[in-house]
Design a protein around this ligand. Sequence first.
Ligand code: UTP
Length: 289
Amino acid sequence: MKKIRKAVIPVAGMGTRFLPVTKSVAKEMLPIVNKPTLHYIIEEAVQSGIEEILLITNPYKKVIEDYFDQSYELEHRLEEKGKTDELTLVKEISNMARIYTIRQGEPLGSGHAVLLAKNFVGDEPFVVMYGDDLMKCERPALQQLIDVYEKHDASVIGTMKVTEDVVERYGILELEDEKTGKLKTMVEKPKREEAPSLFAGLGRYIVKPEIFSVLEQLKRGVGNEYQFSDAMKELMKKEPFYMCEIDGTYYDTGSQFGYLKANIDFALQREDLKEQVLEHMKQIIEEEK
Ligand code: UTP
């Protein structure tokens, strides 16, 4: 079985749910407390043993390339001022992993974005992580997927159970075998009564390189875009896919409420902020009464 070494993170979407800020700021760069969402996602990849990362960015998201690059001027200034803690923090970012970027000229969909990674990936299974799907887990979410991959030597989709009222927002998994988690297919944004389960596919996938020949043949789907989920559905007809029920909390930081929730929860995890945040929340609740 081939080791999982490479991750592809598409971050070239338009972020329409987060306009107007996404007019000039990539949603993947919006901070959860003091670090961009994408920083946490790359940390998750590194903690899961990923060695090389390809970010699919776009011509308007240069800020992403800069963030993960070395910043000589800033480092020099921090050094001069004796700000050693801050210097370490900044230096760590460019040393996290080998990070490459490629640009998607037009936002033609997640499937179109992943296809651009074909040469980077070569002939090995790899990971796709969506740049706005944030996970807070004790064992890194991606590591949990890798565990399932290593058990079955097959493709894996990360999932969590959602409530009936939100199935319409997700790709919902249909199981072939409940015991092993083997998948039959996926239904994109089904109506409540048509959902085959409550397992929603979240932005963590492990796929075999055969996905690229499917992506090359792919037709446009929802929103007139090339959808990565459509390609996985197609490959599922020929190859086994398993689900990995992620143990942790999921935040869709591409939605405004998901983003706010992540900020509150991550702030409450910080010893230096927890008391102040709780005090502020108590005050608000009192005033609302
Ligand atoms: P989303 O559907 O969450 O991103 O795609 P979006 O299209 O930016 O969202 P809205 O609905 O307009 O707010 C999942 C991931 O795929 C990337 C996004 O940046 C996100 O991280 N993506 C999407 C691309 O890289 N290219 C695309 O053409 C579309």
